[in-house]
Design a protein around this ligand. Structure first.
Ligand SMILES: [Ca+2]
Ligand SMILES: [Ca+2]
Ligand SMILES: [Ca+2]
Length: 130
């Protein structure tokens, strides 16, 4: 679902600002400090650099279950994700009900800015799997 075009534009401008500050060197999570997400948890944040509200903090357990990201609590808001599972992958879906375009986050991988992968403020649901 779409909400707040103005907010989306604002988020885009923030992203551009951060990119300009960082310059050519891609920012890794460790450069900005460890994201707050315990081992074997999947965490997602409202803002880049693991900032803003942490909307998702889910146990890393493989299943066919579709995990919904709730409407006012994260749909089309997620900008950073940390898959802190040692072995499981996370597939982000652009739409509700695990439908639409996807982006797969490899095991044990923090992503400080989903804009780098064209998936900023897109995710609305996800699956945790092998
Ligand atoms: Ca966001
Ligand atoms: Ca979406
Ligand atoms: Ca959703």
């Amino acid at each position: 679902m779409r909400k707040g075009i103005a907010r989306g534009i604002a988020a885009g401008l923030v992203g551009i600002g951060i990119s300009a500050l960082v310059g050519a060197a891609p920012a890794s999570a460790t450069e900005r400090g460890e994201p707050s997400c315990e081992l074997e948890r999947i965490c997602m944040w409202e803002d880049t650099e693991f900032d803003g509200t942490r909307y998702i903090n889910a146990a890393a357990q493989a299943s066919d279950q579709c995990h919904e990201i709730d409407w006012w609590n994260g749909d089309n808001e997620i900008s950073a994700v940390y898959n802190h599972s040692r072995s499981l992958r996370v597939t982000l879906y652009a739409n509700d009900g695990c439908t639409g375009p996807t982006y797969v986050v490899a095991a044990d991988l923090p992503i400080s800015n989903l804009n780098s992968f064209g998936f900023d403020n897109e995710a609305e649901s996800f699956k945790i799997h092998r």
